[in-house]
Every structure is written in C-alpha cells, then in structure tokens.
Write a protein that binds this ligand. Structure first.
Ligand SMILES: [Zn+2]
Ligand SMILES: [Zn+2]
Length: 177
C-alpha cells in the first residue's frame, strides 16, 4: 500500500486538525497516511516582491529532502502559493510522481470577508488534498463528470465539486495505488 507523508510547510495551518484530514484521506484512497509533526522551512521559496511562495520550488525541495524513501509527499502550508504565470495557485502536484502541495491561505472564509467556518475549511482542505494526490497518482483534470479532479479557479469551484472521485478516476486510482 502506498504511503503518503503529510508535511506542514513553514507553519502549522491554523484551525485544521491534520490527523482528522489524514483519516479522511485514508477512507477515500487506499493509502496509508503518516503525519510529520514538525513543519519544514520554506523561506527559500519566498518571493519577497509577491509575498508568496513558489510552489514548484517547494515540490523540488520536498523530493530532494526525502530522496531515500518511496513515500509520496503532500505538503500543506498556511502561506500563499504561486507559479510565475498565475496570480496564485491553491496547490500544485507532479503528474504521476511523488510530490504535491496545497495552501490553506485562500481556503479560509475570512480571506473572503466571511465569518470563520471550521467545517467548510476542513472540507476544502480535504478536497484539495484529494485533488493534488490524484495528480501524483497520474490523474489529470477531469471534465464532464462531477469529480474532485475538476479544476478549480475560485474557491466556489472547490465548494461545488464533490469530495470524491468519479467512477472513472476511482477505477484508475485503485489500479495504481
Ligand atoms: Zn489540478
Ligand atoms: Zn474524475
């Protein structure tokens, strides 16, 4: 069974129970989650002018620091992420490879001027984690069917999609996990 290491980056995201997130992921994907408790430093990926962290550099560093294990690596950070061609990304992952990362920065209701809602935050994190892990297992963006692999431009897109894979993506996952 594939092992996934969930790694806090920079700091622990606030208001999120990471052990609960791990348990929820294990119920949907046939993998074993292992939580790293101590966050790793990602200052190297900060772009001072954008005040955001370059997600591609983070993925490279995750792989470099964990080169001796066969685990897949999923980073979670409270800090805002970007790739140069976009104003921000919710997350990024390597297609059919080991590393993925997502940010909780724009998953908080407060970011949109709304009252905090822990359940909504937890569901958004869960969907983002499933989505990025899906990429690491070779899944591309899913179109046509309601699926957690649908792409998301806005947080509303995350809220609208299900916290599960469509039948097609499910079958692929179970054939490779
Ligand atoms: Zn995606
Ligand atoms: Zn799908």
């Amino acid at each position: 069974m594939t092992e996934i290491r969930l790694i806090p980056l920079g700091a622990h995201p606030r208001d999120i129970a990471l052990d609960t997130l791990c348990a929820r992921l294990e119920r949907v994907i046939p993998v074993r989650l292992q939580l790293q408790h101590i966050p790793i430093d990602i200052d190297f990926a900060l772009d001072p002018s954008r005040k955001q962290y370059h997600s591609t550099e983070i993925l490279a560093a995750l792989l470099e620091q964990n080169s001796t294990t066969a685990q897949k690596l999923l980073g979670i950070t409270p800090y805002d992420l970007f790739v140069p061609v976009l104003t921000f990304v919710f997350g990024q992952a390597q297609l059919n490879n080991r590393a993925g990362v997502f940010s909780t920065f724009r998953l908080h209701n407060e970011f949109y001027g709304l009252p905090p809602a822990r359940d909504i935050l937890a569901d958004r994190c869960f969907k983002e984690a499933l989505h990025e892990l899906g990429h690491t297992f070779g899944l591309r963006h899913c179109t046509g069917l309601p699926c957690v692999m649908n792409s998301s431009t806005y947080v509303e897109d995350i809220d609208l999609k299900p916290a599960d894979f469509c039948l097609h993506c499910h079958e692929h996952l179970h054939s490779v996990c």
